[in-house]
Design a protein around this ligand. Structure first.
Ligand SMILES: [Zn+2]
Length: 663
């Protein structure tokens, strides 16, 4: 019987649905995904939860503005958030919505437990209230104006249920003392401890002035207010009242932004203690990404969106940048310049180049099979030692959530391998037996280092690390590889290399930034929809605009659509007919970074021999497909002429470099 896996439960915040995710939300969710992948590679049974916080007066208003019922509004929002996480390859294992029935039951159950244990009482809340917006304005003083509509606020007293937070000062302080790792990083722990030492006031946890919320059973019109509702979602996601059946509670890790750490480390453990439920093991507060030293926000118009970056550079590039450039826990500056610089230096010239160089040398010298190393020289042994040591170091840093450190160690290894290749010069060695042995040793060593790099980098670069992994002929899924078993020396000589593929094509910085910015601009300011026909959905506004399902009707595409198509100059190397397919030619085409096999439906009009050496336009980022059983990895662009659609290949009237991008 295999040993039962240890469980690990982690969460992102349950994001408030008054807008769509920007890079800040993406950052937290990416970090959660990295931890999830890492923990799985360490043998844990992991569940990661994210979700949407869908109640409250802001949602009520946004729905009203959009002219739809709240339930419809939040359903669209939740779909949009979920879809984005799926698109970015960071889907939740549990996506919880605070309008889910299980969640509603869990909140009501938690309240009942707190009440039965004597920590809930009915009282009165007095605050400043806007009668036009139907909302209390937190922190306003009598005589202030409403920050939303500018009209004078009124002092209103309403009946509320209160939670006896004041009873938890000592229990919380004792808990922090006993569990010094509970609040991370340490600076945050000190802040929270002094906040709690300063005394805790009881907390109003229901409202009668809000309609869109979870009802307090038997106490209508009371509905639960903000934190009692939202925080409980972590528990509802893994079973709520039946949490013991699934066995994931208490959570091992709540990842939060530093602005909401107090709610997670004071209110949340207090609610759970009051209900006599287990308290989470750790809350980690990370910093913010700042744009020009200011916090990103939609109202400031300095929001960075994930999608344009991913379209231009790929998700792995964004993941790498987010984790490499900022010490987890601190604030970081976000700039496209730094992003693209990192991309070119660390990914294109670093990992990508090392992988393609190594594969090409093995291809050329050893017919694509991993060579068998011979007698080792001190420099080979030194590199082996460095790689072996890096394994322990990287795992230790991942355990501490020191992602930047972990990546630094991996990239130091890549640089060492580059240097090693450059000084050993396997390409300059001849064909004598001694030279062959030396070549084999150097290339095996480099390939083995790459294998270790791929395994260690996988949590951060799942897509490209898996490509390197299969390039090295490793057939098992890298995500299921157990890092505890990773050792230097496991690369088996004789293994055939997998297909080579471009990992990170180098980009021109100015051009890349321009494209990202223009795509971001399109996404933030979508072109105005043409006047809607009477039967269409009500016009969406504000927060709901981006979530509205119906796209603008237009024949034109935005630049971001065109930018998705990557066309390059390719040179045809070989061409042959395909037996049984009289229209198709099988071509191999040099696209600068690699040689591709592409099928083209031009056999009736072009003699294969006439095509050799010809430069053509190639769509290089088309998903590979099979035509008449032959794999085609890309598409040759041709004009379609006349009624029968005769293909005419594109050409260039001036000298063009193979691999040049068409735009
Ligand atoms: Zn107002």
């Amino acid at each position: 019987m295999p040993e039962k896996k240890e469980k690990f439960y982690l969460t992102t915040p349950i994001y408030y649905t008054n807008g769509l995710p920007h890079i800040g939300h993406t950052y937290t969710t990416v970090v959660a995904d990295v931890i999830r992948r890492y923990k799985r590679m360490r043998g844990y049974d992991v569940v990661m939860t994210t979700g949407t916080d869908e109640h409250g007066v802001n949602v009520e208003r946004a729905a009203k503005k959009a002219g739809v019922p709240e339930s419809e509004f939040v359903a669209k929002m939740a779909d949009a958030w979920r879809a984005l996480w799926d698109e970015l390859g960071i889907p939740a294992d549990e996506f919880v919505r605070t309008t889910d029935l299980t969640h509603v039951r869990t909140v009501q159950w938690l309240f009942k437990l707190c009440r039965e244990n004597g920590y809930v009482y009915k009282g009165h809340y007095t605050g400043q209230y806007c009668i036009y917006d139907n909302a209390f304005v937190n922190d306003a003083k009598p005589g202030d104006n409403c920050p939303d509509c500018g009209r004078p606020l009124e002092t209103i007293t309403e009946e509320n249920y209160f939670f006896k937070l004041s009873s938890f000062q000592k229990p919380l302080l004792d808990f922090y003392k006993k569990n010094p790792g509970f609040i991370q990083p340490d600076t945050r722990r000190n802040e929270i401890i002094s906040f709690v030492e300063g005394g805790l006031k009881d907390l109003s946890i229901t409202r009668t002035t809000i309609r869109w919320g979870i009802p307090v059973p038997g106490e209508e019109p009371h509905v639960f207010y903000v934190w009692f509702d939202a925080l409980t979602a972590y528990l509802s996601a893994v079973g709520g009242p039946e949490y013991e059946k699934r066995g994931y509670w208490p959570a091992d890790l709540h990842l939060v932004g530093k602005d909401i750490i107090r709610f997670h480390t004071v209110y949340w453990p207090a609610f759970l203690m009051a209900a006599m439920l287990p308290v989470p093991k750790q809350v980690w507060a990370h910093g913010w990404f700042l744009m020009d030293a200011a916090k990103m926000s939609k109202s400031k118009g300095n929001v960075v969106l994930p999608r344009p970056i991913v379209n231009m550079l790929g998700m792995d590039a964004l993941r790498y940048f987010l984790l490499r450039d900022v010490v987890f826990g601190q604030d970081g500056n976000f700039s496209y310049d730094a992003l693209v610089t990192r991309y070119n230096s660390d990914l294109a010239n670093g990992l990508g180049n090392l992988a393609s160089r190594t594969a090409a040398l093995i291809e050329k010298n050893f017919a694509g099979k991993i060579p068998k190393p011979a007698a080792l020289k001190p420099q080979d042994e030194a590199l082996a030692k460095e790689a072996q040591a890096a394994i322990g170091e990287v795992l230790e840093n991942f355990d501490k959530l020191s992602f930047a450190r972990a990546l630094e160690t991996i990239w130091t290894l890549i640089a060492a391998a580059d240097k090693y290749l450059t000084s050993e010069q396997p390409w300059a060695l001849g064909n004598s037996e001694a030279d062959q042995f030396r070549k084999a040793t150097v290339l095996w060593t480099t390939a083995e280092l790459l294998r270790i790099v791929a395994a260690l980098a996988f949590p951060v670069l799942p897509d490209s690390a898996a490509k390197v992994w299969s390039l090295l002929g490793q057939s098992d899924a890298l995500g299921k590889f157990e890092l505890d078993g990773l050792r230097w020396g496991q690369l088996v000589p004789g293994t055939s290399l997998g297909k080579s593929q471009t990992l990170f094509p180098r980009v021109d910085k100015t051009e890349a930034i321009e494209r990202i910015e223009s795509m971001a601009n399109e996404e933030l300011n979508p072109p105005k929809a043409v006047p809607a026909p009477a039967a269409s959905a009500p016009a969406a506004t504000g927060a709901s605009a981006a979530a509205a399902a119906a796209p603008a009707v237009s024949d034109k595409i935005g630049i971001e659509d065109f930018a998705k198509v990557e066309m390059r100059v390719g040179q045809i190397k070989t061409a042959e007919r395909i037996v049984g397919a009289d229209k198709l030619l099988k071509l191999t085409v040099d696209i600068g970074t690699e040689i591709r096999q592409i099928c083209a439906g031009i056999a009736q009009y072009y003699e294969p021999e006439s095509l050799i050496g010809r430069k053509v336009a190639v769509v290089v980022n088309l998903a590979p497909r099979k035509l008449r059983g032959v794999e085609s990895n890309g598409m040759i662009v041709a004009a379609s002429v006349g009624p029968e659609g005769r293909p005419v290949l594109t050409g260039f009237h001036e000298e063009v470099e193979v691999g040049a991008r068409l735009k």
